[in-house]
Design a protein around this ligand. Sequence first.
Ligand SMILES: Nc1ncnc2c1ncn2[C@@H]1O[C@H](COP(=O)(O)OP(=O)(O)OP(=O)(O)O)[C@@H](O)[C@H]1O
Ligand SMILES: [Mg+2]
Length: 350
Amino acid sequence: MELKIDSTDIDFHQLIAYSLNSIMIVGQAGKILYCNRACLELLKLASPEDILYKNLYGFLPPDNHASCNDRLKRVLEKQEILDLAEQKMICSDGEVIDIEVTAAPFYLKDMILAQVIIRDITDRKKAEILLKDREKLASIGQIVAGIVHEVKNPLTSVKGFLQLLKESQPHPYLNTMEAELEKALETMQNLLHVSKPDLHEEPFVPIDLCKELTALLFLFQEKLYNVEIEWDLRDSERKVVGKRNLFLKAFFNLVKNAIEAIEGIQGKGKIRIEHYYKSGRIHIKLSDTGVGISKDKLKMLGTPFFSTKSEGTGLGLTQVFTTIHKHGGDISVKSVVGKGTTFHVQLPVK
Ligand SMILES: Nc1ncnc2c1ncn2[C@@H]1O[C@H](COP(=O)(O)OP(=O)(O)OP(=O)(O)O)[C@@H](O)[C@H]1O
Ligand SMILES: [Mg+2]
């Protein structure tokens, strides 16, 4: 039998009330006259009373008021249908979210009102920022690789001549010079790792990260005097596929930072390492109870040469971020100054 419905049977009120789009009806001076369920959820409101007959501007950041007023006037006075525009809204808990909004006139009895349709674009915005960051990293990487290439060769030849000089005319300064040169070359090598990990034609292999993480901690044995390690390793049969050495280096850098963060509080601390599988991805969480990272510095993480340590190169996290992204993964950081930091790595399981 052919499926048919009569449009007079459709409960249009229910259609709007349960629509997946957030819908509002707004009158003169921004008075909110109707708000559907999706809109309540979007703004984290418990009931319609929390918003009905209130002013729309109370849910908008002050710097959005003028443009919103302008757009609302165009709908109510000139009966225009507005293009989509990006804006921000304030939820009941104070969180500011990115939204995309459009509006059109809505006629009710002898009134002209505005029907406003809102879409949450917070995730899209986050993805855009992430992409920009990655592009920035990639272009910095290219510049760095070029510089390293130009500088490494002359340094290597200076090293060769120094060795010859040491044999023919020994001098106490020559050893110091050689050691310093070695440091410079090592920095160059690290830069290459960061900017062009693919220079090392390492094969993709299945990696048991639980095993690797456990082994990795042994490397830090003498540094773990003041550090308690807490393990929660699950789903070890799930393996990621990737370049083993790059991963080892990345987790080495994360653990090293965690230990240094605890050294920074000059007391005892704890590192917790979690490994589990969820929704097609391996999750690794590395938390420390170290010094923590302030909000403004959090934004800088992963930028080459950003370091707050006197001896730091600021390349550790660049290597970590590059490696995780190259393997199709994601990394996020949460931190509270004085409490500690958690790095959350997610990697696809192939
Ligand atoms: N677990 C952490 N706790 C607190 N701060 C951290 C943590 N991890 C990174 N940071 C901050 O991020 C900065 C950059 O880290 P990154 O590993 O890139 O460089 P670094 O540790 O300073 O130097 P390097 O890794 O070359 O020794 C650090 O200087 C530190 O301020
Ligand atoms: Mg580091």
